[in-house]
Each structure stands twice: as C-alpha cells, then as structure tokens.
Design a protein around this ligand. Structure first.
Ligand code: C2E
Ligand code: MG
Ligand code: MG
Ligand code: MG
Length: 281
C-alpha cells in the first residue's frame, strides 16, 4: 500500500511540474548545491508546556531561500528531495545542525531544551539510520534525552518489524519519538497501538476546528483521551487563538506550538526574542 501511495504522489508531483524536465533538473541541482554550500537554514519554533507556560524545547524547520528561485516552502521541496534521492543527506544535515544549535543554547543559557527534528519515512527506513544518529550525537555532544525525532503517519504505512526495531533502538539511545500530523494520514488505530512512539502531535487542522463548533472539540478531546490511554503525551500544533488554548488545556493536552506563542524563528531571533527576551522589533 505504501509504495502505491508514494507512486501516486510521485505521479501527481510530476504532473504538477507540467512534465517540465528542465525545471526538475534545475531544482535538483540547486538543492544539491544549497546542501553542499551550507545555505539551507533551520528555523526554530518554541514548544510550550501548557501547565507552566514555559518553553520546553523547539522544533527545527527547514528553510530554503534561493537567490534566483526565491523562498520555497518545505512542503514543496521535501517531497521533491524524497523523489530525487537527496532526502537522506538533508536529514543528516538537519540532525547535525539542530543538535549542534540546541547544545550551544543549552550550554550558553544553562537550559535543558529539547530539539525536535523532522525525519522522512524514507530516511528512517534506510539501513544504518540508528548508527548515523549515534555518530551525530557523539559528534555534537548533545544529551540524547533532549533529542526528539518526528515521523509522520506515512511512516507507519511502511509498517515492518525493521521499522519498529529502529524506533526501539532510537528510544534505547534516550531519544523521544513523536508521531507528527496525527489524524491526517491513512494509518489506522491498529498501527498506533503497534508503534512504540512517545508523543502524538495533533495536526493543525484539528486545532483549527476547535472554534468551528461542537464536533471540533469532541475530536480534540477524543484524540487526547486516546493518546493518554496509550500512555502518550500530546503536542497540539498550530495553536493561534486563546480559545483553542483553553480547550486544549481543559482536556489535558501537555504541550503546544503555534503562532499564538511564536512563529518559527531564525537562530538570531530565537536567541534574542526567546532566550534573551529582548524585543528586537
Ligand atoms: P510539520 O512538521 O507538521 O511542521 C508544522 C508546520 O506548521 C510548519 O510549517 C510550521 O511553520 C507551521 N506552523 C506552526 N505553527 C503554526 C500556526 O500557528 N499557524 C500556521 N498556519 N502554521 C503553523 P513549515 O515550516 O512550512 O513546514 C511544513 C512541513 O514540512 C513540516 O510540517 C514537515 O512535514 C516538513 N518539514 C519541515 N522541515 C523539515 C525537515 O527538516 N525535514 C523534513 N523531512 N521535513 C520537514
Ligand atoms: Mg513536525
Ligand atoms: Mg505536523
Ligand atoms: Mg506537516
């Protein structure tokens, strides 16, 4: 099932490209260069503990700004990177960059912030993934207990004993595993039971539905209950309004991310606005 889903995505992608092979090649060359020349960037969005209101960590989000092509959002170029075979190198780069930065911030400010990194299902299913992560941890000296890896529901469609073993191995290194975009994919509840994840990230679409009426609240409440029944913690994504926050708090959601608190910020802005609490604007 996983292969055909991806195959369809791929076809869709090619169709969106208008069969434009030139553009395809240009993008591939540019992305390859950006990676090699270290011109990709990570922005960091704070994650807030709903009980204390304090920041407990951040999610690293990839930014690609090409001088010629302009800004391209990750929803656009990550699927492309997955198709053209650059995604594993990007994943290693992101891991190294994010853990290095988190380690610096924790050392400088005497904090214990967690850093969450998005990893493609293709990458995590590649042989040697755990060894690579172990090496990056040793190299960047980050406390593995502060590293979080986010995988999407898509990964669960590639349900194999190998993937479960990989997740177990990562967890035994001290890493936290989050299931991203929960509720948007095709994975059944049965997969959720089998996958040894620690955190469930409720997709922004469900958070948005909170203010739209009763069923929105019912869905959120059910998702949080389900997570807690499975002994998982919950992060709600895309929180923009106070009302959403109140509902999430009332139903026992542990953590939130969203524009209500902060957009993803560059290293400089995160340092100034979040860690130094200086308003630079
Ligand atoms: P995601 O991991 O689910 O990340 C959440 C997305 O929601 C981010 O978009 C973030 O900027 C956005 N967001 C956060 N709070 C709010 C809010 O309150 N309102 C709204 N409207 N949006 C909010 P972004 O940065 O464009 O990333 C999109 C997706 O691209 C990510 O979804 C993730 O799936 C993927 N991605 C980003 N960086 C990486 C990466 O380094 N590696 C991989 N494999 N995928 C990445
Ligand atoms: Mg994510
Ligand atoms: Mg998400
Ligand atoms: Mg997403």
């Amino acid at each position: 099932a996983a292969k055909s889903t991806r195959g369809n995505q791929y076809k869709l992608y090619r169709a969106n490209m208008d069969g434009n092979t030139d553009k395809w090649l240009l993008l591939e060359t540019k992305l390859h260069q950006a990676l090699k020349n270290d011109t990709l960037e990570l922005h960091y969005q704070p994650k807030i503990d709903l009980k204390t209101g304090s920041i407990v960590g951040m999610e690293a989000l990839l930014r690609w700004n090409d001088p010629e092509l302009g800004y391209m959002p990750p929803d656009y170029f990550i699927p492309f990177a997955e198709e053209c075979g650059l995604i594993n190198d990007i994943g290693v780069w992101v891991l190294r960059k994010a853990t290095t930065q988190a380690h610096i911030w924790n050392q400088t400010y005497g904090l214990d912030l967690h850093v969450a990194v998005n990893i493609s299902p293709i990458h995590i299913s590649t042989g040697g993934f755990v060894d690579m992560v172990r090496e990056v941890i040793a190299e960047t000296k980050i406390n593995p207990n502060t590293l979080e890896i986010e995988i999407t529901e898509m990964s669960m469609l590639d349900y194999t004993e190998e993937l479960i073993q990989t997740i177990e191995d990562l967890k035994s290194l001290g890493i936290t595993i989050s299931l991203d975009d929960f509720g948007t994919g095709y994975a059944s509840l049965n997969y959720l039971k089998k996958f040894p994840v620690d955190i469930l990230k409720i997709d922004r679409a469900f958070v948005q539905d909170i203010v739209s009426g009763k069923s929105g609240i019912a869905m959120i409440s059910a998702m949080i209950s389900l997570a807690h029944a499975l002994e998982l913690k919950v992060v709600a994504e895309g929180v923009e309004q106070e009302e959403e926050l109140n509902v999430l708090r009332k139903h026992g959601c542990e953590f939130v991310q969203g524009y209500y608190f902060s957009k993803p910020l560059s290293v400089i802005d995160f340092t100034n606005e979040i860690l130094e609490k200086k308003d630079t604007h």
